[in-house]
Design a protein around this ligand. Structure first.
Ligand code: S3P
Length: 188
């Protein structure tokens, strides 16, 4: 069900950047875009911003400059976005691994770990061939390894929202509910 937000609730929700973290394929960009429009906030996708700054695609950055160069660019873009005005921010799946980025997220954003069953994520990522970490590999195996390495880091997020295999609209409502409750508890 779509929650109706009062003007004051909306005002409180959109005073701080809302950063979606979690594995690739979990729906950060699609859910983030819908969440932003629900809250009347600007949406930014960190991968798109990196591509714009570099003038090439994420795949090409990995292929020609290497992953380390991508990670440097990612950290710079994350810092710039987090120091700007409040937005809904879809982060790349590896962004939170950088300690400086984590510190910036803690300082400037409320972070939400979007989490879905790995089998759902594997099915979603199979639809696109744009992720260099998966190219030519078994997505289920790679995702399992990424989950093992990264879940303890994603777990530092302020909130966790399980998305399941349902419609993205459901995830948006679950996020709004979690954010509203979090604000009521913390006043943040
Ligand atoms: C990556 C996730 C991608 C992109 C890059 C690396 C990762 O972003 O930043 O391919 O390390 O998990 P999405 O999570 O938006 O797919």
């Amino acid at each position: 069900m779509t929650a109706v937000l009062s003007a004051s609730e909306l005002k409180r929700l959109n005073t701080r950047t809302i950063a979606l973290v979690g594995l690739m394929g979990v729906g950060k960009s699609t859910v983030g875009r819908r969440l932003a429009s629900r809250l009347g906030m600007k949406f930014c996708d960190a991968d798109d911003e990196i591509e714009e700054a570099a003038g090439m695609s994420v795949s090409d950055i990995f292929a020609t400059l290497g992953e380390a160069a991508f990670r440097d660019g990612e950290a710079r873009v994350m810092r710039r976005l987090l120091e700007g005005r409040p937005i809904v921010l879809a982060t790349g799946g590896g962004a939170m691994l950088n300690p400086d980025t984590r510190a910036h997220l803690k300082r400037h954003a409320v972070t939400i770990w979007l989490k879905a069953d790995l089998s759902i994520v594997a099915r979603r990522v199979a639809k696109r061939d744009t992720r260099p970490l998966l190219r030519g590999k078994d997505p289920a195996e790679i995702l399992k390894g990424l989950a093992e390495a990264r879940y303890p880091i994603y777990a530092e997020a302020d909130l966790v929202v399980e998305t399941g295999g349902g419609a993205h609209a459901e995830a948006v409502e679950a996020i709004i509910k979690a954010l509203t409750e979090h604000q009521a508890e913390t006043g943040a």
